[in-house]
Every structure is written in structure tokens, then in C-alpha cells.
Design a protein around this ligand. Structure first.
Ligand SMILES: [Zn+2]
Length: 656
């Protein structure tokens, strides 16, 4: 492992916390050191208060911040001497500790200080860095782990047995650290948890971390336990309906919709098909705090009922030992390993699932290296239970806070690169859905850079394009709950006697037949939607009030309207609702080029200005107005409505 320290870069981080911010980010940049909020850092500074009195302040990473992107505001100032006195108390519950730290924080609005704050407080050096380095965990999580760690580091580190993070761990270290530390000590290894380094300045502490982790890596190399790439495996083989079925079962077990992200890369497939996968995967995580996101074990295969039974046993076995009464969390898995699809990461949001996936990506490395070293051995499940059912996590359950309307659900929008489709993407994202946007325009791929959006270039007139897009959608999010059929074309105006067969056919192909194909391909997924499938068809005012010169468009939209009505009839038995919106006078869309606007205005003997306002309410209708209606139609307001046709047009006297 290389030090990423760079003098020029470091010089840009100014102010008393500058060096602390810089090296924290350096640690965060290396995913084999810390992942997603894991790890923490601190610095002890002497400051003057308003009265000119000096005091020692511990700036420690606040919760909710990632080391990779942390800023000075992400460090919470805590009264150092008070924190040290807390660590010396004979006993303190974790909720009490959290309260004391919150009330001895020296900046209003600062984030809650890390749960490992007291540990930082009792270490005497000014800078303290803590990571959950993969290499150290690979060595520590073996039957001879402690012995190997001592062999590697000698008196350079203090070795601490596994104790759950919180007051008990800090209290143990407060008593033992100074007794066990020597003149060569530059760090501390917490068995089955992680590693600390410390130093007189930010660079020294950081580079000691790199040194300690490099020593672990070198040790693994020397024992031929470093390169553990599993044998090449061919790709996953699994139908998208099978994944959607899995998502439905898992969501049903959880009691809410969940995103399922598939990873069938060779590494995951090979691990899922490893001859010892049952032994290797059914022990526990690489470091215990993963358990909050991953639960203790992945599900092996697709038998959700068997997983649930095992999870209930784990709860029953461990809950009676806890000091307080525990409430069982939902028993649904957050990870699954299957020889067919490889790995499934499961989460309430696409971001949660992506985090679970990354945690397990590293966990596989840790497991295989530990196994190559001797044998992989995770913590006993009572320790995992203590973390998963920690008081403060349980307290979060009691806080009422409603999830967004579409949390855990997946929406697919066609014609999503611009206009109404683009606005629909935003309306569904805003309500917590993961969204797949399809469009012929390649710009769709870059519409949003976020875990809960996937833009796929797709020509909806080519069925195999649709199928490939759905394969990708299911790999990303696990299924489909909501479908917005928005893509459409508006051929240039022509009187009936002038319509070419090509123009007619292309209106029918894009506006009707392509939608039929999308509906056919999506149906098997929609019927597996955990809360019932929903389809919104973007129709047109022309369905009930066609315009002269727009025969091809009006006829195609009327045909689409009939298709939607029949779908409502046929799919009601599957719990799928199909509703339509008939927008009009929406001019912020790609359809409405200046030419089209002018020719339509002319067809009505109006100026463009008059044409824009030709609705009863004399109001402007925007793409967003239509998109919000589309989203609401998929929500609880329309839960008992199917086959509705709602105009969003400012009122049209020909429709009324
Ligand atoms: Zn830790």
C-alpha cells in the first residue's frame, strides 16, 4: 500500500483542521482501508474560549460523514478532558455516553461525534487515525489471528481483544493502553475490528497507518495468501422474472419494497459457486459494523423462508442475553449468493444496495485471504447480535419518520431524455423511486449521475433493445413497479389526402406498436411488483379532441388509448393499475419545435401566442405538471383507480 501524501496537495488544506481533513480524505480514497462511513479520525487542539481561557478540544469525525469527502465541518469538537474522564468511569451505558458527548460538544449544530470518540480521547497522541483495513482483518479473522498479529508487529502495536465499540471498548483501552504501549508503539490493533495509528502530526499518523497496513499486506504475500482471484467463471444465468420473483419474496418478508442489485461479475459468480461457499459465507462479516447494513449472513440460494427461520433462531438465541428487551428487525436478507445470478445486494434504496454490494466485494477478498492463510473465522454471532441490536440502533426504530412514497420501488420511463419524460424521472426520483430512463438519445446515459438512476439508450421500435434494457434494469434494481409510457412522435401536419404511408406507419409504429412491445415485455415484471404494478400512459388531448392536419398523430394516440383501456381490463387480476393522462398545451417538450408550433397555430387560425394560451384556465401547462400527475397516479391517491383518463391541459372546451 502506497502513501498518497503529496506536499503540494497538502498545502491547499489550510486552517487548524486542514491537515486533519487532508489525511482523512487520503484514507477515505482507499476502499481497502475504509468503506462508507467506516473508520474515523481525530485531532486534539488547544483553543481559547471567549474569555481567553485555554481548553483542549478533541475534533473527531462526526456521524454521517465519509472520510473520503469530509470537510472541517464534519469534525465535531468535544471537550477533551471531559471525554477522558468519561472513559475512566467504572460503567456507563452507551445511550448515556452518547448523551454526555452530545452535551459536551462545543459547536451548536455539529454532527453527533463518532461512537469511537472516547477511544480517540484516551490515546495520548495529537493525531489518531482508525480504519477497518482489509489486510489486517484477513489476518485477524483466523484462528491464530492474535498470534499472527503479534508476530507481524511485535511492540509496534498494542493488541486489544474483541470488544464491541462503545464505552466498554474505550474503558478497556483507557486502562490497558498505557500499560501495554512501549517506546516503539505507533498503533493499536483491535482484533476482528480494525487498526489505529497515531502520531504528532497528520502526516506521521497517516503514514504510520500505511506502514501498518503494508506490513499486513506483505505478510499475506509472504504466506501466499494475497492473490486469491477465484477461478474464472462464466456469466450469470438467470431470467429477469426469477430476479423479480426473488425481490417480491424478499420485499414481502420485509414488509416493504426493497431494491435488489445483482452482481454477476466473475468474482461474485465464482464465490457463489465456490465449493466451500456454505462454510465461508455463513460465518459473519469482515468487521462487525457491516452488520447494520448487511445483517450477519447472506442468504444462500433463494429460499427466503429458510433464511427467515434461521434469522428468527438467531434472534431467539441472542435476545434473552441482552440487557434490555429487543424488538426483532425485519427478517429479510440484505445479501444473497446464488450460483445462478452470483450476488444480490438488497437495500431500501438503490444507494443502500450499492453500499451492501461494495461491502461484500471487500468481504470476499478478506474471506478468501483468511482462508488461504489458514482458515476464515468470523466473530461469534452473539457479538454480531450486539451490534445489530445495539441500544442506539433500536432507538432509531422507535423514531417515527415516514419513508418516501416510492422507497424501494422501481419506475421505468420511456422518452426520458427530454420534456415530459425527463420531468417524470425527476418526479419519481423525488418520491424515492429508483428510475430507469429509456431514450433513443444517447444523452440519456448522463442524465443523472446517482445510484438510483440508470439511463439506457434504447430504440423502442426494436424488441431486442427493449429486452436488453429490461435485463439491465433488473440487474440494477431487481424488478419493475411502475411504467410510464411517454415516448411518442408528432409527425408534421398534413391533410388526410397528403399523408404518406411512411408518415402514417411511423406514427403507428412509435406511438402504438412500440408501446405494445414495451407493455408485453414489462408485464411479467409488473405482475411481480411487491405492491402491485402501475402503468401510466401519456396520451393526448387529441384522443377526445383531434385537430385538423393531425390525423396520423390523433389516430395513433387514440389507438394507444384503447390499448391502455384493454390493459386495465386484462391486468386488473394481477393487481396492475393502468391510467392515462391527456396533456395538452405542454410546450416545453422536444415535440414542440418552433415549426410544429407555428403550423399547429396556423391550423387553428391563431398566432403562436394565442395558441399557447388556448385553454379554459388561461394557464401554462408544463412538463412538470404532467410528470407530477403521472407520479401521483402511481401513488396512494390513485390506489383504487384504474382505467382513468385525466386531462392535464388547463381545461379544453372541446374536451369538456
Ligand atoms: Zn471501527
Amino acid at each position: 500500500m502506497q502513501s498518497l501524501w503529496n506536499d503540494a496537495e497538502a498545502a491547499q488544506f489550510t486552517g487548524p483542521l486542514g491537515p486533519r481533513v487532508y489525511t482523512s480524505r487520503l484514507l477515505g480514497r482507499d476502499k481497502s482501508l475504509v468503506l462508507h462511513g467506516g473508520g474515523n479520525t481525530s485531532v486534539k487542539l488547544r483553543e481559547k474560549d471567549l474569555f481567553g481561557e485555554e481548553r483542549d478540544v478533541l475534533y473527531v469525525k462526526g456521524s454521517g460523514w465519509d472520510l473520503e469527502t469530509i470537510e472541517a465541518a464534519g469534525f465535531t469538537p468535544v471537550a477533551l478532558d471531559y471525554a477522558q474522564r468519561l472513559a475512566a468511569l467504572p460503567a456507563l451505558s452507551d445511550p448515556q455516553m452518547v448523551n454526555e458527548l452530545a452535551t459536551h460538544t462545543l459547536r451548536a449544530g455539529a454532527p453527533a461525534p463518532s461512537i469511537e470518540t472516547l477511544l480517540h480521547a484516551i490515546l495520548p497522541q495529537q493525531y489518531v487515525d482508525h480504519t477497518h483495513a482489509d489486510a489486517v482483518l484477513s489476518i485477524s479473522n483466523t484462528p491464530e489471528g492474535e498470534q499472527r498479529i503479534r508476530e507481524i508487529y511485535g511492540d509496534q502495536v498494542v493488541v486489544i481483544p474483541y470488544i464491541m465499540a462503545g464505552f466498554d471498548l474505550a474503558s478497556f483501552c483507557a486502562r490497558e493502553f498505557s500499560r501495554r504501549a512501549g517506546p516503539h508503539t505507533i498503533g493499536m490493533v483491535l482484533l476482528s475490528h480494525g487498526v489505529f495509528s497515531f502520531g504528532a502530526d497528520a502526516k506521521e499518523s497517516y503514514e504510520r497507518m500505511i506502514r501498518l497496513v503494508s506490513m499486513a499486506e506483505d505478510y499475506l504475500v509472504s504466506k501466499e495468501a494475497w492473490s486469491v482471484s477465484p477461478p474464472a467463471a462464466d456469466g450469470g444465468r438467470c431470467k429477469r422474472e426469477d430476479i423479480a420473483q426473488l425481490r417480491r419474496s424478499v420485499s414481502g418478508t420485509a414488509g416493504f419494497a426493497l431494491i435488489v442489485k445483482i452482481n454477476d461479475a466473475p468474482k461474485f459468480i465464482a464465490f457463489a459457486r465456490h465449493p466451500n461457499v456454505a462454510k465461508l459465507s455463513q460465518q459473519g462479516p469482515a468487521t462487525p459494523d457491516h452488520v447494520i447494513r448487511t445483517k450477519p449472513l447472506p442468504m444462500l440460494g433463494r429460499d427466503v423462508a429458510a433464511f427467515v427461520a434461521r434469522y428468527r433462531e438467531y434472534f431467539k438465541r441472542n435476545a434473552p442475553q441482552a440487557k434490555e428487551k429487543k424488538t426483532m428487525l425485519d427478517p429479510a436478507p440484505r445479501m444473497a449468493l446464488d450460483p445462478g445470478f452470483g450476488f444480490a445486494a438488497i437495500g431500501r434504496t438503490a444507494k443502500d444496495a450499492a453500499i451492501v454490494e461494495e461491502l461484500y466485494d471487500h468481504t470476499i477478498d478478506v474471506i478468501l485471504r483468511a482462508e488461504a492463510l489458514g482458515a476464515w473465522q468470523a466473530l461469534a454471532d452473539k457479538h454480531l447480535f450486539d451490534i445489530e441490536y445495539w441500544d442506539l440502533e433500536q432507538a432509531k426504530l422507535k423514531k417515527t419518520g415516514s419513508a418516501p412514497a416510492f422507497a424501494g420501488e422501481v419506475a421505468l420511463v420511456t422518452g426520458a431524455a427530454s420534456g415530459i419524460g425527463k420531468a417524470c424521472v425527476e418526479s419519481f426520483l423525488k418520491r424515492g423511486a429508483a428510475v430507469i430512463g429509456l431514450d433513443r438519445n444517447p444523452a440519456i446515459a448522463d442524465l443523472h449521475a446517482r445510484a438510483d438512476f440508470t439511463g439506457i439508450r434504447c430504440d423502442l421500435t426494436i424488441p431486442k433493445d427493449i429486452s436488453a434494457a429490461l435485463d439491465e434494469a433488473v440487474r440494477r434494481f431487481g424488478g419493475l413497479d411502475m411504467l410510464v409510457l411517454n415516448a411518442g412522435i408528432f409527425p408534421s401536419s398534413a391533410a388526410i389526402q397528403e399523408i404518406s404511408s411512411d408518415a402514417w406507419r411511423s406514427a403507428m409504429t412509435v406511438n402504438v406498436e412500440a408501446n405494445l412491445h414495451v407493455m408485453q415485455a414489462c408485464y411479467p415484471l409488473l405482475r411481480l411488483a411487491p405492491r402491485g404494478g402501475r402503468v401510466v400512459v401519456i396520451g393526448s388531448r387529441n384522443v377526445s379532441a383531434p385537430g385538423p392536419g393531425a390525423a396520423a398523430y390523433s389516430a395513433s394516440k387514440a389507438a394507444l388509448n384503447q390499448l391502455a383501456r384493454v390493459a386495465a381490463l386484462e391486468w386488473a387480476k394481477d393487481g396492475i393499475r393502468v391510467n392515462s393522462i391527456h396533456p395538452d398545451a405542454v410546450y416545453d417538450t422536444a415535440l414542440w419545435t418552433d415549426d410544429v408550433l407555428q403550423s399547429r397555430a396556423a391550423a387553428y387560425n391563431m398566432t403562436v401566442e394565442q395558441y399557447r394560451k388556448k385553454n379554459l384556465l388561461k394557464t401554462e401547462v408544463s412538463s412538470k405538471d404532467v410528470a407530477e400527475m403521472a407520479a401521483e397516479m402511481c401513488g396512494p391517491l390513485f390506489a383504487k383507480t384504474t382505467a382513468a383518463q385525466v386531462p392535464v391541459d388547463g381545461g379544453n372546451e372541446r374536451v369538456v
